[in-house]
Design a protein around this ligand. Structure first.
Ligand code: FES
Length: 573
């Protein structure tokens, strides 16, 4: 039997020059795990388990794993779990994004190298789902994405709390002197109290919704809370679906197509979802040769309403979204804008799915398309001489009064510079200035952290200033809010125009025109460019993964993927 037709333990053998011996050796070692002869003949569903003691969001994975295994057994497969690295958002330095591509390589190579006929991907925390989707897309073995599900909210007095929009809200109040030391310490213990991913429409929830929209997760599973019994049922059903795909393989390349990616962009915009998701979706699509342009994002944004009233854009939490109807409700409202012939891992098309009765929908949380929260999408790309390849603004989480504005630049040359000066009482800054952070992009020493949510200088926050225009090549947490322009490309660490901005320059922002311009003439910009000197340690003076990352990571508009991980021949482009 040729190796590509082989199933289970007979797949992907080590070549000793004697095929039968390779099978014999494989089976004898597999027998040491206590499998009977009958079990050794079964097809295998691998389960990529990103459980880690450094990932609070995945702490329920041991129980969820048992449910997945049950589903695989029900479908006649042999479930075999394997570990991959895990990316616990707040436990990684310099930033989790740096390791997303590493996790995607780990996932891809372990799917490809080990004998499995299908795979269930267990992820959830921000970078884990994109990493798994990228890896699965490249390996192109039938795969089902199972997400962790969101945390439940908690209480502080009469207020509901959920990680991590409320973390930022309380920290902002603490910085402004409105909350005492004692209270901020109490809140610290109440923000994240259950297993699961952040309780708002942050990056993890946005990516869960995107995975469901793409068709890589089972319908109705994105929003189920981590600790709900339905989450275990989703685990069982995902295992079963993966086992069923063995007889009828549906590959990621059949699911992640230009049309399903466009659907996912629509959903991202309708959710008022995380800015990070555009980077991740670009990277996932890129693995199959599908290009996402920021111009296309703007075209879709102009015609996609914001429908979901969750923090940080609205007022509610993921558990409310689940009870309100979840992704099914959103997709039904968007139906006229979607491609309905896209395929999911169940073998159904999106159109088939949306034929089914939606059940109860709470339109306070999922608005009708005829009465949206906002008529236009949550994200907008800006272009101009500061950002020739684009920048992103989450307009749904920003202060509209700042959308058409000119201001004076107050420049911080790095995160260290920001930390040392932002609260200096002598800092020359007013609320009408534009804060500019340089050297926080993907190739900078900080590796593009979620630092674009620059803190309002204490002397201004104490006066009640809640928002200012802030510009950087960094990212922003999906749980954050403000008039924050992110992902400026090309970044300052490689000499992008952001690196040429100086204190006192004038900058003009126009969200209406989708422009961000540095108001200096071209000749002056050219002089500054000629005088620019890189401060980044070059790859050849680094080692290990840090070296690989520094030399290969792409810009934000390329999804920050490694160029060598793109397909040699576009599969779906
Ligand atoms: Fe894991 Fe927010 S920290 S999703």
């Amino acid at each position: 039997m040729s190796d590509d037709k082989a199933r289970g333990f007979a797949r992907g053998l080590t070549n000793y020059g004697d095929h039968d011996f390779s099978i014999y050796l494989r089976r004898s070692f597999a027998s040491s795990m206590g499998y009977s002869q009958d079990v050794l003949k079964k097809p295998i569903v691998g389960i990529a388990n990103s459980f880690s003691g450094f990932n609070n969001c995945h702490r329920h994975f041991p129980e969820l794993l048992e449910a997945v295994k049950r589903g695989v057994l029900l479908g006649g497969g042999l479930p075999i779990e394997f570990p991959t690295i895990s990316l616990g958002e707040v436990f990684l330095s310099p930033t989790s994004l740096k390791f997303r591509n590493l996790m995607s390589m780990d996932t891809e190579e372990m799917i490809r190298a080990q004998p499995m006929d299908a795979v269930v991907l267990m992820g959830g925390c921000d970078k884990t789902v994109p990493a798994q989707l990228m890896g699965a897309a490249s390996a192109d073995v039938p795969a089902v994405q199972l997400v962790a599900g969101p945390m439940m909210t908690s209480r502080h007095g009469e207020e509901r709390l959920g990680a991590c929009t409320d973390c930022r809200r309380f920290w902002g109040k603490y910085r402004a002197g409105e909350v005492s030391n004692e209270e901020i310490n109490q809140v610290e213990g109440r923000l994240a109290t259950t297993a699961g991913t952040c309780a708002v429409m942050g990056t993890a929830s946005t990516m869960a919704c995107i995975a469901e929209t793409l068709g890589m997760s089972l319908p109705g599973t994105a929003a189920i809370p981590a600790v709900h019994a339905d989450r275990l049922r989703a685990g069982e059903a995902s295992g079963l679906a993966a086992a069923r795909m063995i007889g009828n393989p549906i590959r990621p390349s059949q699911v992640i197509t230009e049309k399903s990616v466009e659907n996912a962009m629509r959903v991202l915009l309708a959710l008022g979802g995380s800015t990070n998701a555009i980077i991740h979706l670009t990277a996932v699509a890129g693995r199959l040769g599908i290009k996402i342009s920021l111009e296309k994002l703007n075209t879709l944004s102009d015609t996609t309403p914001v429908l979901v009233n969750l923090k940080p854009v609205g007022s509610d939490y993921m558990e409310d979204f689940f009870y309100a109807g979840g992704m099914g409700a959103v997709l039904r409202e968007l139906k006229p804008l979607l491609h309905l012939d896209t395929l999911s891992v169940t073998g159904e098309t999106l159109g088939d799915r949306l034929e089914v009765d939606p059940g109860y929908v709470d339109h306070r949380i999922v608005s009708k398309a005829s009465a949206p929260l906002e008529p236009q999408g949550g994200l907008v790309a800006l272009f101009g001489n500061i950002a020739p390849r684009g920048a992103i603004l989450k307009r749904s989480a920003a202060d509209e009064r700042l959308f058409e504005k000119e201001g004076r630049a107050v420049v911080f040359s790095s995160l260290e510079d920001l930390a040392s000066r932002v609260d200096d009482p002598d800092l020359d800054i007013t609320e009408d200035d534009f804060m500019v952070l340089q050297n926080a992009g993907p190739k900078s020493a900080s590796g593009m952290p979620e630092a674009g949510y620059l803190p309002i200088p204490k002397k201004l926050s104490a006066k009640g200033v809640k928002d200012m225009v802030r510009i950087s090549d960094a990212r922003m947490s999906g749980t954050a809010f403000g008039t924050i322009i992110l992902h400026v490309a090309p970044e300052s660490a490689i000499g992008g125009p952001l690196s040429l901005v100086r204190n006192g320059d004038r900058i003009r922002l126009s969200v209406k025109e989708k422009r961000i311009e540095l108001l200096i003439d071209d000749a002056e910009l050219e002089n500054r460019r000629n005088a620019w000197v890189s401060t980044v340690v070059p790859p050849e003076k680094r080692r290990g993964y840090d070296r690989l990352y520094a030399s290969e990571v792409g810009q934000a508009d390329e999804g920050c993927d490694f160029s060598f991980l793109l397909p040699i021949k576009p599969i779906n482009g």
